[in-house]
Design a protein around this ligand. Structure first.
Ligand code: IMP
Length: 189
């Protein structure tokens, strides 16, 4: 598979077969933006009294998170939460479930939540409500992608790219649990 070009899904993709994947954000562009975000984050936390805990939201953020923390040049701790809102569909089911909670105690700590994408904003809302009750010292939110049509303004602290309201895959983002391993981000035509 040539990752630099537009792709067509084969018959293994069932009802999605024949659909075209169009390049939206090539690997190089992702790398450079992630590096800039990491520097901005490092700058924002360097005066703080204690290392922040960076919480990645699984599964979608796993690649972004690992690239991001490796470019952060201050001391950080890392943990993960897993929530689900979509099942295997390409539109929100309207409900968010917690599947895996964090392992660490976040009371009195600086917390940075790392999401892959904000679409309807339901997941972000759920996370905010959950974490605001924990008595953190500070609570910030980063997302790699922000869909333009998101209705709720969360005042996200760090945004990688504002993107059109299309279904995107690659760089951790899936279609029915697949295509997460593409190095670039594509939208489904
Ligand atoms: P929200 O709750 O509607 O904001 O959706 C957030 C979650 O849905 C993300 O963390 C993703 O896991 C998933 N999601 C939303 N839009 C897309 C997309 O375009 N591609 C892949 N996953 C998506």
């Amino acid at each position: 598979m040539n990752m630099d070009e537009n792709l067509v899904l084969n018959e293994n993709y069932g009802k999605h077969s024949g659909k075209k994947l169009k390049m939206l954000l090539p690997e190089k562009k992702l790398k450079s933006r992630v590096r800039d975000m990491a520097l901005e984050i490092s700058e924002g936390y360097k005066e703080k009294d204690a290392a922040p805990i960076v919480i990645g939201i699984l599964n979608g953020s796993f690649i972004f998170m690992s690239d991001l923390v490796r470019e952060i040049n201050i001391d950080v701790e890392v943990d993960f939460m897993r929530i689900a809102s979509y099942g295997n569909a390409t539109s929100s089911s309207g409900t968010v479930r917690m599947i895996k909670d964090i392992n660490c105690d976040i009371t009195g700590r600086h917390i940075l939540v790392v999401e892959d994408i904000v679409d309807t904003g339901l997941s972000m809302n759920f996370l905010k409500n959950r974490l605001e009750q924990a008595g953190t010292k500070s609570l910030k939110f980063a997302t790699l992608l922000m869909k333009e049509d998101t209705q709720i303004d969360f005042g996200m602290d760090y945004i990688g790219f504002n993107i059109p309201d299309k279904y995107v895959v690659g760089y951790g983002l899936d279609l029915a649990q697949r295509l997460r391993n593409l190095k670039s981000i594509y939208y489904i035509e």
